[in-house]
Design a protein. Structure first.
Length: 113
C-alpha cells in the first residue's frame, strides 16, 4: 500500500475520532506528511502536517482540537480529532506534504447529531 487512510465514521458534535494513515516505508521515511480534507462542494484543504523531525503545523480551524503524530516503527501517521464540529465533516486524506502521491479513497468523517 502506498497511502491508506482509515478510522473515519459518524460522530456527534463534541466527540472524538482518531484517523490512521498507513504508508509504504519508502514514502514515510524522511518525508513530511500531512492530513488533508475535502468537504462536499469545496476544494481540498490542508488540515495538519508533520515534518520528518516531528514539527507540526495546523490549520487555524482545527488548532487546539486536532493532533497529528507519527509512529516511524509502524510507518503510520495519526490524526487525533477532539471536540469535533459539523464543519469538520469531510473526506480525510493523507499524503506527503506537499502532496506527491495519488490521493486514494480517503476516509469519511461525518459530524452530526
Amino acid at each position: 500500500v502506498q497511502l491508506q487512510a482509515s478510522g473515519g465514521g459518524l460522530v456527534q458534535p463534541g466527540g472524538s475520532l482518531r484517523l490512521s494513515c498507513a504508508a509504504s516505508r519508502s514514502i514515510f521515511i524522511g518525508s513530511n506528511m500531512g492530513w488533508y480534507r475535502q468537504a462536499p462542494g469545496k476544494q481540498r484543504e490542508s488540515v495538519a502536517r508533520i515534518t520528518s523531525g516531528a514539527n507540526t503545523n495546523y490549520a487555524e480551524s482545527v488548532k487546539g482540537r486536532f493532533t497529528i503524530s507519527r509512529d516511524i516503527a509502524k510507518n503510520t501517521m495519526y490524526l487525533q480529532m477532539n471536540r469535533l464540529k459539523p464543519e469538520d465533516t469531510a473526506v480525510y486524506y493523507c499524503n506527503t506534504w506537499p502532496p506527491n502521491y495519488s490521493w486514494g479513497q480517503g476516509t469519511q468523517v461525518t459530524v452530526s447529531s
